[in-house]
Ligand binder design. Sequence first.
Ligand code: GUN
Length: 290
Amino acid sequence: MAHIIDGKAIARTIRSEVAEQVRLIVNRNQRKPGLNLLLVGEDSASNIYVRNKSKDCEQVGIASVVQRLPADVTEEQVLDIIEQWNADKNVDGILVQLPLPRHIDEHRVIRTIDPLKDVDGFHPISAGNLMIGIDGFIPCTPAGVLELLKRSNIDPSGMHAVVVGRSNIVGKPLSMLLAQKRPQGNATVTICHTGTKDLIEYTRSADLLVAAIGRAQAITREHVKEGAVVIDVGINRIPTPSGDAMVGDVDYASVFDVVSAITPVPGGVGPMTRAMLLTNTLRAYHGLQK
Ligand code: GUN
């Protein structure tokens, strides 16, 4: 029987730890940590994500401000707001929800965020720090995966970790973290992607398999080795006779009897991504010193 890695419960524990830290700050009569979120346009998924992030903040005592802008806002107006937030001492973290409308240069917007407030870990300085192993902001999903492993007593050291997916938000940073000589690292890492020939050959040799593909139930029983640890980063909606269902990139039912541990969808990596935004905001508050 596989161990089900309960991301929902672990995320709850992390939120209560953050809430306790914020309580200690407030009890010392110090300013609360603050996260400012920028949402451009009307994308309904982005709207829900931002609302949830803001709700999470309120729940743990972090002050959050959501600035909503119409889809036809100019790039200069977006940059102006970020500059104002960079200069505002009450703003510890800045998050610009992606994607942005096509006429706005996403990279330019991210580069404008003060790297000390880059709680998403998307700034090239954050990416560079991660690459060379300097403490900085780690994007929330890879950070959440490492925290899940840590709190489940799964040590990737010496394992063959296969990461399927090479996105800037998940696959690339997570591969780098798993390979580094540090806790929750020291694995031998293979990155697979759409150009990989014979994916199964790689995934079947994985002790730790991370699916960050973006395709529903793409990893099936034939892809996994007996006893492997499987981390499912996917969030996909599929139609079923009783309405839409949310499934991961892993065919959970087909691999469940073969693997030693697995994250469910929902209730695995997703809640951890949200929780790590709170810990990153607390780290920003402390100037990355804690
Ligand atoms: N859009 C999808 N995922 C993310 C995320 O983690 N951060 C931001 N800012 N936008 C996103």
